[in-house]
Write a new protein. Sequence first.
Length: 159
Amino acid sequence: MNDHPDWVFHGSRFPARAELHAQRNRVAARHPETTFIYAHIGNDGEDLAEVGRWLDAYPNVVVEIGARISELGRQPYSARRFFIRYQDRVLFGSDTTPDRKAYRMYFRFLESDDEYFDPAGGHHRQGMWMIYGVFLPRGVLEKVYHQNAERVFRLEPKR
């Protein structure tokens, strides 16, 4: 936030974070036939238990992981359990322009059991911390990387 103070939407001029989440969730509840994609893990990657409650409550909601590996990688055990439990509801996403270095960082996070590495190499810095890989099983990776998107967007799977 020091580098991007314009990203801070805090204070009396703005609704509370919990109220914004509640407003969004009410919309999802009112439209059960519509699929909602909650970008950036629903903007609550720090609280996967809460995101899980949303997914349990709203079967028409999926999440994507763009720009949140810094948060997810600080809690590798919880993140891995989350990905496995909700493997049909998580989409791969990136908040960067197509860039080999950025994708390699996402792949390292999702596919490796590497410990204590700096995620900023392929993405703008979200914080001053290191992350850990979540070493997802191949079937979960296939769903996150493409199968869930094929289903959500009604695309023909590539053979």
